[in-house]
Design a protein around this ligand. Structure first.
Ligand code: MD3
Ligand code: FE
Length: 209
């Protein structure tokens, strides 16, 4: 465990290869259901390079809904209770406490390939202050986190590898962050991710009814 900044804890290799394999298989099923994963379109018209699928609530830049309003309008897939339990264990381990009251109801599953990246942004659509849990699978990346106040630096660059956990809470819950590049040449355990692909799951508490 390493505290990167107040409220930001990185736990390398939190998921063993079997747990990673199970999460990848689940992510592939979610991405194949209904209209599938999509590259969201920003209000200015730019298409995101990251492809994503949501559970619990559907995220569109910049709001949540219960229906896939930028696809076929079908209901978003349910958020499974085993994933909520995994999230609570993640927060407890990262913050080194025996247990926590953490009930995430949103998962965003992001897939990165090739030159995909995620520009610096804040996650402000949730109405609850609870931390965000991030789980990384497959190719490594450079993740960048700054402060809640400045989109520009100073920031921390952290390499996230397959199996890593990061929890973002407290004063960094609203910090600017992004993914600056993939590191596709690193060794990845055989967990069923396509070569060069990175999958990231974030678990959140929406605070929505
Ligand atoms: C810090 N995803 O989905 S996970 C996102 O790797 C997102 O796909 C990145 O940023 C990814 O919005 C980064 C780490 C992360 C997620 C949410 C945060 C860091 C955060 C919310 C607040 C502060
Ligand atoms: Fe984010």
């Amino acid at each position: 465990r390493r505290t990167i900044a107040p409220g930001v804890v990185h736990v390398p290799d939190w998921l063993d290869p079997d747990a990673q394999r199970r999460l990848v298989a689940a992510a592939q099923e979610w991405a194949a259901e209904g209209p599938g994963a999509r590259q969201a379109v920003l209000p200015g018209g730019a298409r995101m390079s990251v492809s994503s699928v949501c559970l619990g609530w559907h995220w569109i830049p910049y709001r949540y809904s219960r229906t896939r309003d930028d696809q076929d309008g079908s209901p978003v897939q349910p958020f499974p209770s085993w994933l909520a339990d995994l999230g609570a264990r993640a927060v407890a381990d990262a913050y080194d406490v025996p247990e926590v009251d953490y009930r995430p109801d949103v998962a965003l599953v992001n897939s990165y390939r090739g030159d995909a990246r995620l520009g610096m942004h804040q996650d402000r659509e949730e109405r609850a202050p609870d931390p965000v849990v991030s789980l990384s699978l497959g190719a490594a990346c450079v993740f960048r986190i700054g402060s809640p106040h400045h989109r520009r630096g100073p920031w921390h660059d952290v390499e996230l590898c397959s199996g890593d956990l990061v929890v973002f809470g407290d004063e960094h819950r609203l910090a600017y962050h992004g993914v600056t590049k993939l590191l596709p040449d690193r060794d990845v355990p055989d967990i069923g991710v396509a070569p060069g692909e990175r999958i990231n799951l974030t678990l959140r508490v929406s605070g929505l009814a």
